[in-house]
Structures are given as structure tokens and as C-alpha cells.
Design a protein around this ligand. Structure first.
Ligand code: BG6
Length: 276
């Protein structure tokens, strides 16, 4: 019910017109309102049962992008309950919170490593920064892929343009696994799209027709672009049949090669979204 949902989420509020919401389930940012405008897409069919991944916002993919032989698709981070380690803290014009996820019996059964993930979400009037620090707390190296699966809200997908992919290699997951080269200056979506672009520029401009947002990646070399389009939308139980018109996923990740993290080491990866 609603009460349970309220207890399970953190609200970052700068003022009435600028706020964000983060569910402890998956540390999923589900809403970001900048100057009274919602920037993120959240499906009206999303299930909040603390089991299934939330359909929308910014799910965290870790320790595996895509189908995983050891556990659930996209890993376990988006379906585990995270803990607040530093409550919402307002400093000047920004407010931030820190959440953490550590290995437990359930994660070790799938992936037998000792780790801590620290997720810092920082909101300003014009930006949302989400930084993920991965710590190896064990005595052996582990490797992983990771990604911030951001769903951007758009009024009409046919007006959307995404920049900075020209000349890059990508794997087209709709057509198969073969690598192709992007010829377009701007990506437009008019069919099912599921592409993994390798070694992308650190910045992408997403022009939704009615607004422009910039996605800046840090330590996340790849970018996935996804829209399920008509048939796939119908096939997903937690996604409305028409909602493909109102979203685009532009996902900053480290997915083409696994990152090897030595024991007792840590690394921070993340993104900042800026509204223009
Ligand atoms: C994208 C993948 O990142 O996530 C797609 O490239 C996948 O292949 C999509 O369909 C959604 O995944 P899920 O597990 O949330 O349905």
C-alpha cells in the first residue's frame, strides 16, 4: 500500500519545485523534478513488491549487465534492499544522501565475493548526480559489469534526438550480436532499439523536443540506448502498451569489458544529468 511505499523511500527536497525520490529497493531513483518538471520516466505499471526491479527511474545494474548465468538479469543490486548510511544532508544549494549495499548470504550464494556498494545521490536545482563506489572487501579479485539504467521521460518519442554516437561501434541486440558502425549524427527512434555503443564520448545531449538534458558519464565508457517499441511493450507485464512513446533509456555503463577490481581496492563510477 501507499504507506509502505512512503516508508521505503527517501525524498530529497531542495524546495517545492526541485526534488527527487529514491526507493531503498534497488536504491532506485524513481523521480526527479527539476523546476516543476519530471525528468525521469516511471511506468504506471511498475510493481512495487520489493522483489521485482522497479520499471523506470534509474535502476542500478551490478554485478552483471544483461542475462546472467549466476543470477537475475542485470544482477542483484536493483532488487536488493539498500541501507541509508548518510541521511539527506543539505549544504548550500545541494542535497545528498548515501546508501549502501553489502554482501549477504543471498548475494554470496550467487556471487561469492565480499563487497560494499556506496551510492551517493546529489540533487541541485539543475542537476542530479548518481555516483556508485564499488569496494572489494575480500581477499581475492572480482570482476563485474555495471550500468545506470536511466529512463528519461519524453512527451513524444518521435521528437527525440540523442547526440554523440557517430562513427562508434555498437552491438545491435535486436538484430543479433554483430558489431555495426553508427553513421548518424543524431539518433532518432522509430522502431525497437537495443544497442550497446562501445567507448562513447563522456557526454550525450538528449533533446526531447520540449527540453534538453545533458548526460555526463564518469568512468563509464559505454552507452546503451533502449526503447522496447510496440511488441516488446505489450509483452512486458510491468510496462504500459503505449508507454514506449514516453520514454527513452540512455544508459551509462561499463558493459563491454568486465572491470577487474583487486582485493581491498575501490573505484567510483557515475553520471550527472543536467537540465538546460
Ligand atoms: C537494457 C537491455 O539495458 O535493458 C535490454 O539492453 C533489456 O536488452 C532492457 O531488454 C530491460 O531489461 P529488464 O531486465 O529491466 O527488462
Amino acid at each position: 500500500g501507499l504507506r509502505k511505499r512512503m516508508n521505503d523511500k527517501i525524498v530529497l527536497e531542495l524546495d517545492n519545485s526541485n526534488k527527487a525520490e529514491i526507493y531503498l529497493h534497488g536504491a532506485t531513483v524513481t523521480s526527479w523534478i527539476s523546476d516543476n518538471k519530471e525528468i525521469l520516466f516511471l511506468s504506471s505499471k511498475s510493481v512495487f513488491d520489493n522483489k521485482k526491479a522497479i520499471r523506470g527511474g534509474i535502476p542500478i545494474v551490478f554485478p552483471n549487465f544483461g542475462p546472467w548465468e549466476k543470477g537475475p538479469q542485470h544482477g542483484f543490486a536493483r532488487v536488493k534492499k539498500w541501507t541509508v548510511i548518510e541521511p539527506a544532508n543539505k549544504v548550500n544549494d545541494s542535497i545528498s544522501v548515501k546508501l549502501s549495499l553489502t554482501d549477504d548470504e543471498e548475494t554470496r550464494l550467487l556471487w561469492d565475493f565480499k563487497f560494499e556498494l556506496i551510492y551517493e545521490v546529489t540533487l541541485t536545482k539543475k542537476s542530479l548526480k548518481t555516483n556508485l563506489t564499488i569496494k572489494n572487501l575480500g581477499s581475492v579479485e572480482f570482476d563485474f559489469t555495471t550500468l545506470l539504467h536511466t529512463y528519461f521521460r519524453v512527451d513524444d518519442i518521435s521528437n527525440v534526438r540523442v547526440q554523440n554516437f557517430v562513427g562508434l561501434n555498437y552491438v545491435d541486440k535486436v538484430k543479433g550480436r554483430a558489431t555495426e558502425t553508427e553513421a548518424r549524427k543524431e539518433i532518432q527512434i522509430s522502431e525497437e532499439v537495443d544497442r550497446v555503443y562501445a567507448s562513447t564520448d563522456n557526454t550525450h545531449l538528449i533533446d526531447t523536443g520540449s527540453s534538453k538534458v545533458t548526460l555526463i558519464k564518469e568512468n563509464l565508457p559505454d552507452t546503451v540506448v533502449w526503447n522496447p517499441w510496440i511488441e516488446k511493450a505489450k509483452a512486458m507485464s510491468d510496462f504500459g502498451d503505449e508507454e514506449y512513446k514516453n520514454m527513452i533509456c540512455v544508459e551509462a555503463g561499463r558493459v563491454n569489458t568486465r572491470y577487474a577490481l583487486k582485493f581491498q581496492e575501490e573505484i567510483t563510477m557515475g553520471q550527472t544529468i543536467i537540465v538546460q
